[in-house]
Write a protein that binds this ligand. Structure first.
Ligand SMILES: NC(=O)c1ccc[n+]([C@@H]2O[C@H](COP(=O)([O-])OP(=O)(O)OC[C@H]3O[C@@H](n4cnc5c(N)ncnc54)[C@H](O)[C@@H]3O)[C@@H](O)[C@H]2O)c1
Length: 319
């Protein structure tokens, strides 16, 4: 990988699915990273999980073996929050998606981190304003919504709350760019930001199509994978609308929007599956049937497919 070396000192709070990948990408970009998790096993297993994440990068020749060792050397596992925070310029929180938990950890971060340290939450949908509402320094709090797997997906939504300072917002965008990420500016702190608003509008409609018996779950997924989803990595929906013509888009929306699902509640089909314990891959059954083998094969291929697509869509600098 050819990104410029960054030397910013960053702390990552939470070493779970997202946190260990965020620590990985920052450390690969050159940042000295401190990593803390309240669960000692999660913390201790992070280096091994990062090594495993690197296998696909090594296979594709995107990193050299010495970069893997250097990345791990850049990460310091911490026993406590004080060590996590000491001397940090940025701290990125990736603990459980729960407002009270996040408010409690931000109160500690505000106490322990240097006064000019920027504090970011990786929340998927919670308002940044609410997370910072009881803090004395909400101007240094913002959102950084990484997408799973964060060490692979380049885009990060950077969310400005009404209190976030321009300095904090610009500095976070600069940090992300310096480690090869693509910061995407979310100028208002709305629930779900940009990506999850669009994603869940699509999921609501997809679930309703299955519920109404219009198509199987397999066929609904295939329309995304083999039809419009294929071009989405290259052309966003608004560029696609421009290419189709806004006259056509207007005519379609005039009559067609009333046909779409706009329910404010989870669909009955989703509720039925939820109540029956059909929770998806983790329980063996969701909209699709899952086995542990099928899941591990899919995850093993997912990162390689994404990196190959990215190699075409976002060619390395200089090309
Ligand atoms: N999983 C995803 O696809 C995804 C994508 C984007 C954003 N997010 C968001 O990222 C955040 C983390 O999600 P995840 O999937 O990594 O969760 P996870 O459950 O895998 O990891 C959370 C980690 O936080 C630790 N933790 C919880 N409370 C803590 C505390 N008070 N102090 C220290 N450590 C604590 C847990 O021990 C756990 O290891 C959530 O806000 C989630 O909404 C998740």
């Amino acid at each position: 990988m050819t990104q410029a070396a960054s030397k910013h000192k960053v702390g990552v709070l939470g070493a779970g699915l997202m946190g260990h990948g965020i620590a990985q990408l920052l450390a690969l970009g050159g940042c000295p990273v401190t990593l803390f998790d309240q669960d000692p096993q999660m913390l201790a297993s992070a280096p091994e999980r990062i090594r495993r994440n690197f296998e696909v990068f090594l296979k594709l020749g995107m990193v050299a073996p010495e970069q893997v060792d250097q990345t791990l050397a850049n990460i310091t596992l911490c026993d406590d929050m004080a060590q996590l925070c000491a001397g940090r310029e940025f701290i990125i929180e990736a603990v459980s998606e729960n407002l009270e938990v996040k408010q409690a950890v931000f109160a500690v971060l505000e106490e322990l981190a240097p006064a000019d340290c920027i504090l970011a939450s990786n929340t998927s949908t919670i308002s940044i304003q609410k997370i910072a509402q009881d803090l004395k320094t909400p101007e240094r709090v913002l959102g950084t919504h990484f997408w799973n797997p964060p060490q692979v997906v380049p885009g990060v939504e950077v969310i400005k709350s009404p209190a976030t300072s321009d300095r904090a917002f610009a500095a976070m965008c600069e940090l992300l760019a310096s480690v090869g990420k693509k910061p995407i500016k979310v100028l208002k702190d709305v629930p779900g930001f940009i990506g999850n608003r669009m994603q869940h509008a699509l999921w609501r409609e997809a679930i309703q199509l299955v519920e109404r018996g219009i198509a199987s779950a397999e066929d609904v997924d295939d329309v995304v994978r083999y039809c419009f989803g294929l071009r989405m990595a290259f052309l966003g929906p608004l560029a696609t609308a421009d290419l189709a013509g806004l006259d056509l888009t207007y005519e379609i929306h005039k009559d067609f929007l009333a046909e779409l699902d706009c329910s404010p509640e989870p669909s009955p089909l989703l509720a039925e599956k939820y109540n029956a314990g059909q929770l998806g891959a983790k329980s063996g059954q969701g909209f699709h049937a899952w086995t542990p083998e099928k899941l591990s094969q899919l995850l093993a291929r997912r990162d390689e497919v994404l990196l190959r697509i990215l190699g075409v869509v976002l060619p390395p600098e200089g090309e």
